[in-house]
Design a protein around this ligand. Structure first.
Ligand code: ADP
Length: 421
């Protein structure tokens, strides 16, 4: 049965999609995340649908085409407002894809104005005078400068986005945001008069995002990290409620697959192994020439009845660079993603039904390989990371936690399984 969706979201990677969905669920919206553009109509009730693409690092034209197809499906389900979600560290290359996708969506929606802000202060992402801070440091001084695929070396988001856009990019600074809806609307009007089409928005606290929400009520397109979502449910008359996060009961064996090389994930891998859980380091160079997947699964099989296991390619920046030097940047990324996805599928064949996946691209590759196409969003493990529930292409029910690299405390992997018990 076709149902009307209030808010239609397009996310440029899988963990980003769940991060956004998590915020909407916390605000009282029932949220379904679909993996890729659905081939069938929605058959479960949802106030918001998040279409999870894997478009962050593909060619800009392809990212635009996929985003426009997602837009058509969402509009077909009645979505009146569209939210393009990207990473809270504004992950992009000089070519895009944040700018090109934003402009393609603006063209398709016939709108002349939108906002762009990755701010989410609760998650240590603040924007001040257009500059993005990750915790206490500028984006360009954070671990993101060493990201394998989208190294971020400029913290000035107006400059970063302008380089990717034909339209003029401006700024709604913290002073307007602090004064609330009327001041924000006045600034929006001023920017429009000045010929600006896309406004970076400062936010220093979560309250800034809550103040921003009402000013976005009538904007056809929003582009943001997941933070802006906390201010939106009241626009649809919704309030927080635990009922929006209920999932079926969990069972089966437990495992973690980690292909993220972020500093947070490196700490989480070390903490999990130090807590005594079995951990297998996947060497990309051996994956290039041997049967690493078979080795991991043979290792995991006898261990799984005893508790969760971890398979990881997570490595420090110098080790990643060495592998990229041997295989090429893109080739290394794809090889590792393919390998981790095969490991995830093999673990499910061995009876794993509670699976934590670390890494945005890695999660995308794993979920695609498992053939999971729809996820119900459940309770939060850490800010930005909820447990999700769905079925793989063999109809097996899986609880999945898809963790973006930078998210979660050091004990995230162990804590995730505790929350599900
Ligand atoms: P994050 O969420 O931390 O950005 P992603 O999974 O999105 O994590 O991106 C990490 C990228 O690095 C993936 O393409 C992954 O395949 C690649 N990768 C992971 N481990 C290694 C490694 N040891 N050497 C080279 N590339 C790696």
């Amino acid at each position: 049965m076709k149902r009307n969706v209030l808010l239609g979201c397009i996310a440029d990677d899988f963990t980003g999609a769940t991060d956004l969905a998590n915020n909407l669920v916390r605000g009282g919206m029932r949220v379904v995340q679909v993996i890729g553009i659905p081939s069938r109509p929605l058959d479960v009730p949802a106030d918001a649908v998040v279409v999870a693409l894997k478009s962050r690092t593909i060619a800009p034209a392809e990212a635009q085409a996929q985003s426009l197809e997602a837009l058509r499906w969402l509009k077909g389900h009645g979505a009146g407002q569209i939210y393009f979600k990207y990473c809270s560290t504004f992950d992009s290359t000089a070519q895009g894809n944040i700018g090109p996708v934003t402009e393609a969506l603006m063209d398709a929606l016939g709108t002349d104005f939108t906002i762009a802000t990755p701010a989410f202060p609760e998650n240590q992402r603040t924007v001040f005078k257009g500059h993005l801070f990750v915790g206490d440091v500028l984006l360009s001084d954070s671990g993101m400068r060493d990201h394998p695929l989208t190294p971020m070396t400029d913290s000035n988001l107006v400059r970063v986005l302008q380089a990717q856009c034909r339209r003029k990019v401006g700024l709604i600074d913290y002073r307007a945001v602090a004064q609330g809806e009327a001041a924000i609307r006045a600034r929006l009007a001023q920017l429009r008069t000045d010929g600006v089409a896309i406004a970076i928005v400062d936010a220093l606290t979560n309250e800034d995002l809550l103040r921003l929400g009402p000013a976005l009520n009538d904007m056809l397109l929003l582009t943001a990290g997941s933070g802006v979502a906390i201010g939106l449910p009241p626009n649809f008359g919704l309030v927080p409620s635990g009922a929006s996060a209920t999932l079926p009961a969990a069972g089966g064996a437990r495992a973690v697959v980690s292909g993220s090389c972020s500093q947070a994930t490196q700490r989480q891998v070390r903490a999990f192994a130090a807590a005594g859980y079995p951990a297998f380091a996947v060497d990309p160079l051996r994956a290039a020439c041997g049967d690493v997947v078979g080795q991991v699964l043979a290792w995991a099989r006898p261990l799984l009845p005893g508790g969760p296991v971890l398979a990881y390619s997570t490595a420090q920046a110098h080790a990643v660079r060495a592998v990229q030097g041997r295989l090429g940047v893109q080739e290394a990324g794809e090889l590792v993603e393919r390998t981790m996805a095969q490991i995830a599928c093999g673990l499910v064949d061995l009876g794993v039904r509670q699976l934590v996946i670390a890494g945005g691209e890695t999660s995308g590759a794993c979920v695609q390989a498992l053939g999971v196409d729809l996820l119900q969003i459940g309770p939060q493990i850490a800010p930005g990371v909820p447990w999700c529930w769905g079925r793989d292409d063999a109809g097996r029910a899986l609880h999945l936690a898809l963790k973006s690299g930078n998210f979660g405390d050091d004990d995230f992997f162990g804590k995730a399984f505790t929350i599900l018990q």
